[in-house]
Every structure is written in structure tokens, then in C-alpha cells.
Design a protein around this ligand. Structure first.
Ligand code: FAD
Ligand code: 8R5
Length: 452
């Protein structure tokens, strides 16, 4: 079936749905998008909170494929590395890459979503707001949407794509037909968003070009810059327990006492701390695993298929990579069930790998960034990457700045990690010539990097 006779319904006009709609409409598919919320571009009730996300190479490449890469970067703040704020020490910047070609970008979720909705419409996709998917028959490509008055409409489509997020309604409809092998693993930790406002002269109160981390062992704070000079600060903490936890902070004054003790430099920059803490909800974190992403003419992508914990900053990036891969596959072959099976075979091992790496990066961020063994290991890794760039690349860089499959990054990262540990086991002052020879003798060269 050529694209222009293939009709695709996308459920959800969030980040992934809006990007997929753009990519497919640009390829000539007939695309309708159903979104249960109102059109965010229409203003309306604005709660005034800016939520930002870290955009990395995988997401950026997909945005470039949709023709909006430069537009997005114009509205983004560059983050060159992690700024680590240890207790009672000057903050220290650990660069992410070798130069400014390897950086993260802090983007506003609202601005990015608006821009993608404009792009989808400009490409010819039809967007329908205030219409929620409430039922679907995946085997026959039928779906039912409902407006805010309870009016229902029955529709038919060659393909139904569920980009409706972690609580996907399409997934619920698919589950009624086939066992999806669904498993949700709560992390046991939640998060709360706070704010460092701009200074009186409308500048940034701390270094703007960094992702700030306050590692405190069992928990941490992070901060990402916004264009207006503010930072969105996120506190990650266990939900329950006697050690600092959201439960243990229930008493008035307890949150401020924790911050005075652990995050005093950040607290000094948050005049609205008490109100923000009291008013902002605690978000919960979990990993969603599915054995199956497709049933008949229906397919799940993005968070609907593989919601992950946030610690690698890859949820959106992975979802954007899904969208680009799916658009490419549908462009090459339009027998939807075949495309969906191939998509799952290609993407699921990668989704599993980034889910695991995201969990591991929590420990790294909140704890190991300040650990002497970790710092030695990191230094050795950087030395090997410089001496033998064809043989060694830190896993973080593979994930964040290349298009190597996540599953490859995970496996290669394990092998490299074992090598580093064995080198460090005998002496903390590793002879770099020996290390390089051992590396070249033990691991095959890295594949072509497929960057940019
Ligand atoms: P969503 O963005 O959740 O969009 C789903 C859409 O579907 C929504 O618009 C929703 O209204 C709509 N919908 C739901 N149900 C229905 C229905 N029944 N009918 C119609 N429409 C429906 N990722 C990163 O890569 N880097 C980061 O730094 C990062 N930071 C994050 C910070 C926060 C606070 C959070 C919560 C997440 C962060 N993520 C980050 C993860 C990222 O937000 C998600 O991975 C990404 O938004 C997934 O996109 P999605 O389109 O699949 O789902
Ligand atoms: N998501 C991120 C990283 C890795 C940074 C590093 C980590 C907030 C709810 Cl926790 C986190 C990263 O290892 O140096 N890159 O991007 C984004 C992160 O959290 C986001 C902002 C978040 C869900 C709240």
C-alpha cells in the first residue's frame, strides 16, 4: 500500500505522538491524532510551572529528521556537563564530552510539545483535541473516541499507534485481546519539583550551562536551567522509611530542616521553597516492561510501551528514536503487521537495555559521583578513551551522544567495566601502556559510531 492510501491513527499528541505524526505526514501518510487534553497552544489554564527535559543526540537526530532540530535548539539551554555539589565543597564540573559537540540540551516540555504540534499540522496531520481513546478493536483496526460531553465516535484505520503514555488506554484495549506480559516495577522512590527563580537582574543564580547534581547517598537533588534564568529543581527521595523519605517529611518544617542540613546552598536560592514543597505533588517512578508491543493493527510506542525511570534522561530520547525507526520502517514496507513485528524485534532489546541503564544511573548520580574509586575508574576510562578511541568509549557517551543501539551500549559497557575493574584491582596507579595493550587484546574495536 503506498503511503497516501494508508490511514494511520495516533492516540496521544504528547511528545512522541506529535513527532511521529510529523514524520508520517511528511512521508505522505494520511494521519489523524486523537488527544484527550485540550490544545496546549490555546493557552487556557496555565499553572505557571516550567518543566524541562534533557534532550540528547538520539532525540535531536529524530527532531532533525522531522525538520525541527534547529528550531528546538534555538529554544534550548546547553548543558556541558554535570556540576556536582558535594557537601561543603565548591561545585565541580564533570564534562559530558570532549567538546561542545557533545552536550545535553535543556528544553521546556511545553515549548517542545507546541513546536511539534505546529510541525505536525504543517506537515498535513489532522489533530483532534478533547478526544480520548476509550476502546479499540486492534484486530480490525477499529477505535472509539469520546469527547468531553460523552459523545462517542467509532473510527477505522489501517494502523493504530498508541503514543498515549505510561497509562496507555490503547494498551488496556490490546490487553483485552492478548496477554501483553505486562509488568510494572515501582522504584520505591518519588520526586518533587521545586524552583530556583532568576536573580533580581534576571540572570541565572548558578552556572547555567550544566546539569546540577547534589548527590547525598540515598537520595539527591538535580537542577536543569530554563531559558528565563530559572532552574527546575527535582528532589528524588524514597517514598517511605525512617531515613529521609517523603513519608518522614510529613511534619511541618521537616522539609526545610532536611534542606538546611543537606542542600543549604540550593535552599538559599529558593525563596518559594516552603510553598512549592507543600503544594507540588510527589511523582512516582516505575519501569514498565511488556513482552508484546503489537496486536493486529495496533502498536505501542514511547512510554506506552516502555516507561522507564528518569536517571539517564532518556525516556523522551528513546521514544523519539522509536518514532524515527517506525516512520522509516513504515516508509519501506506498509504491511502493518509485518512492520510492527520487525519494530518490536528491533526496538525491544534496546528498550530493555535503556531501562536497566536508567536504573543503574540512579546509583551513579546520587552516590558514586563523589566516590574516590568511581573517580579513579572514571579517570582511567577517560585516559583509555583518549588513547584508543576506536576501542573504548564510556557507556554514558555511547548512550547519550551516539546512535549505537542501547543494547550494544549495555553489553559493551559491561565488558569495558569488567576490564576497568580488573585493571584497578591490582593497583590504583594503573600503567596506561599496559592498560591500553590489555584493552586492545581483550575487546574488539568499536563499530562505526554513526554519530550526528
Ligand atoms: P507522554 O508525553 O506521556 O504523552 C502521552 C499523551 O497521550 C499525553 O498528551 C496524554 O494526554 C495523551 N493521552 C493519554 N491517554 C489518552 C487517551 N486515552 N486518548 C488520547 N490521548 C491520551 N525524558 C528524557 O529523555 N529526558 C528528560 O530529561 C526527561 N525528563 C523528564 C521529566 C519529568 C518531570 C518527567 C515526568 C519525564 C521526563 N522524561 C524525560 C521522560 C519523558 O517525559 C517521557 O519519556 C516522554 O514524555 C514520553 O512521551 P510519550 O509521548 O510517549 O508520552
Ligand atoms: N525526570 C536527566 C540525566 C543524566 C545526568 C548525568 C537525570 C525529573 C522526573 Cl534524574 C535525571 C538525567 O548522569 O549526569 N540526563 O538527563 C534528567 C533527569 O531527570 C529529569 C529532569 C526528571 C522525571 C523528574
Amino acid at each position: 500500500m503506498p503511503p497516501h492510501t494508508t490511514h494511520i491513527s495516533i492516540c496521544g499528541a504528547g511528545l512522541v505522538g506529535a513527532l511521529l505524526a510529523t514524520l508520517l505526514a511528511r512521508q505522505g501518510f494520511s494521519v489523524d491524532v486523537y488527544e484527550k487534553r485540550p490544545d496546549p497552544r490555546r493557552g487556557g489554564v496555565e499553572n505557571g510551572r516550567s518543566i524541562n527535559l534533557a534532550l540528547a543526540e538520539r532525540g535531536l537526530a529524530a527532531l532533525r529528521q522531522a525538520g525541527v532540530g534547529d528550531d528546538v535548539l534555538q529554544r534550548a539551554v546547553m548543558m556541558r556537563g554535570r556540576m556536582v555539589h558535594e557537601h561543603d565543597r565548591a561545585p565541580n564540573l564533570q564534562r559530558y564530552g570532549v567538546d561542545d559537540s557533545e552536550v545535553l540540551w535543556s528544553v521546556s516540555r511545553g515549548a517542545l510539545n507546541d513546536l511539534l504540534l505546529d510541525a505536525a499540522e504543517a506537515a498535513g496531520a489532522r489533530l483532534h483535541f478533547h478526544l480520548a481513546l476509550i476502546a479499540a478493536d486492534p484486530l480490525h483496526g477499529r477505535l472509539t473516541v469520546e469527547d468531553t460531553h460523552g459523545q462517542q465516535r467509532d473510527l477505522r484505520s489501517d494502523a493504530i499507534i498508541g503514543a498515549d503514555g505510561a497509562g496507555s488506554a490503547l494498551r488496556a484495549a490490546m490487553r483485552r485481546v492478548t496477554d501483553l506480559g505486562e509488568r510494572v516495577e515501582p522504584l520505591g522512590h518519588g520526586y518533587k519539583e521545586l524552583e530556583i527563580p532568576p536573580t533580581a537582574s534576571r540572570g541565572f543564580a548558578i552556572e547555567p550551562h550544566a546539569l546540577h547534581i547534589w548527590p547525598r547517598g540515598a537520595y539527591m537533588c538535580i537542577a536543569l536551567p530554563n531559558l528565563d534564568g530559572s532552574f527546575t529543581v527535582t528532589l528524588f527521595l524514597p517514598h517511605e522509611g525512617a531515613q529521609p523519605s517523603f513519608e518522614s517529611l510529613a511534619d511541618e518544617g521537616a522539609p526545610r530542616a532536611l534542606f538546611e542540613h543537606d542542600f543549604a546552598d540550593a535552599l538559599a536560592l529558593m525563596p518559594g521553597f516552603d510553598r512549592d514543597f507543600a503544594e507540588h505533588p510527589v511523582g512516582s517512578l516505575a519501569t514498565l516492561y511488556l513482552k508484546r508491543w503489537h496486536v493486529g493493527r495496533a502498536l505501542l510506542i514511547g512510554d506506552a510501551a516502555h516507561a522507564i525511570v528518569p536517571f539517564h534522561g532518556q525516556g523522551m530520547n528513546a521514544g523519539f528514536e522509536d518514532a524515527a525507526a517506525l516512520a522509516r520502517a513504515l516508509g519501506a514496507q506498509t504491511e502493518v503487521e509485518t512492520v510492527f513485528a520487525h519494530f518490536q524485534a528491533e526496538r525491544k532489546p534496546n528498550a530493555d537495555a535503556i531501562a536497566a541503564m536508567a536504573l543503574e544511573n540512579y546509583t551513579e548520580m546520587r552516590d558514586a559521583v563523589a566516590d574516590p574509586h568511581y573517580l579513579r575508574r572514571r579517570q582511567l576510562a577517560m585516559a583509555l578513551a583518549e588513547r584508543a578511541p576506536d576501542h573504548f568509549m564510556p557507556r554514558y557517551r555511547m548512550v547519550t551522544f551516539t546512535h549505537l543501539p542501547y543494547a550494544y551500549a549495555y553489553e559493551r559497557g559491561k565488558a569495558q567495566g569488567e576490564l576497568l575493574e580488573s585493571l584497578l584491582a591490582s593497583t590504583p596507579d594503573v600503567d596506561l601502556d599496559v592498560a591500553e595493550r590489555t584493552l586492545r587484546a581483550t575487546l574488539p574495536p568499536l563499530p562505526e559510531l554513526c554519530r550526528g
